[in-house]
Design a protein around this ligand. Sequence first.
Ligand code: ZN
Length: 177
Amino acid sequence: MDTIGITTSTASSAADAAPPTPAEYLARAVDLATENVRNEGGPFGAIIVSADGRVFEGVNRVTANLDPSAHAEVTANRNACQALGTFDLTGAVLYTSCEPCPMCLATSLWARVERVYFAADRNDAADAGFDDAVFYRYFEGTSEDRAIMPVAQEPLPPEQRVAAFTEWTHTSTRTEY
Ligand code: ZN
């Protein structure tokens, strides 16, 4: 990943070379985001640094790929997991050009990312016309804030309701995560 201009610990030739600072990784994430705008993408970029210092990038491709989940942070998590052959990024750090939305935070939680740094915040994103602040209110606010997408449990017979979990707990070959 030397092409992105960040010296990783695994690629470092000078033993005494200092690893990039969070501000340096964030500057690169902002550059990725800016370049992505010129490549018909959204203004978001992210970098995952794995526990062993490998660097993976992601940019927002929602409109380009017709994929509402293709946020930069999700894409960086996917790229890191697929390259490393794992769904568990324990010890990794996420650097992102903008405060992660709830989906990206949850993705990073599921990936067991250890820490997150961001540059711009949710209000900066809102100023540029993005819904991050609205979605934060969905999770943090009142039932009125959740009226945009009601979520409700629909009663089913108990056995039917948990049938998939019953199958899961009875499957000895399952992969826990
Ligand atoms: Zn997001």
